[in-house]
Design a protein around this ligand. Structure first.
Ligand SMILES: [Zn+2]
Length: 173
């Protein structure tokens, strides 16, 4: 009777049986065993494969880099576009000077106007060449009585050193 050897417990049993009667392991042809990679090789190969987390991290970094590139490209494109025309050629000091001139014309028609020290205004740049400026102005009318007012002045840069007045709100204090 021909015998075959169990690959697991190495005992011999009858050739017609499909599994080992001692340990229950299914019979595998020795040639088949040689062809299979050992467990060690398999685990080494698995180590070299990126894990799910590594793959996700790579994806996140990839997306971040892509978004950054899109941003840079947009900034560059806008810098050359007409939209950016009103973003340059003016300063906060220009805007404050324009507001002071406007308030002077509004309040000083029948009296006199004076401002606190230069730089006392609060300036907010709202984009596209528009500034919101708040501050205090002293005005003296025909009666000679001085009034202190809080002002909110909005000016818009119109390009080529031109300014437009958007709004002026005066609140006596
Ligand atoms: Zn066996």
């Amino acid at each position: 009777m021909a015998l075959k050897t169990c690959w697991k417990c190495e005992k011999q049993y009858a050739e017609q049986k499909s599994s080992c009667p001692y340990c229950g392991a299914k019979y595998i042809d020795p040639k088949e065993i040689k062809r299979r990679p050992t467990k060690k090789i398999e685990s080494e190969a698995m180590k070299r494969q990126p894990t799910k987390r590594q793959r996700r991290r790579t994806l996140v970094i990839g997306i971040a880099v892509l978004l950054l590139l899109v941003n840079l490209w947009q900034m560059f494109a806008l810098g050359e576009g007409e939209l950016d025309e009103l973003e340059t050629g003016h300063t906060e000091a220009d805007a404050v000077a324009e507001c002071r001139r406007f308030i002077q014309a509004e309040l000083g028609a029948n009296g006199s106007v004076r401002f606190p020290d230069p730089g006392s205004e609060a300036v907010t740049y709202t984009g596209g060449g528009e500034y919101e400026i708040t501050g205090i102005v002293f005005s003296r009318g025909g009666s000679g009585l001085e009034t202190v007012s809080e002002f909110l002045c909005i000016v818009q840069y119109a390009g080529e050193s031109d300014w437009e007045f958007e709004d002026l709100e005066l609140t006596p204090m």
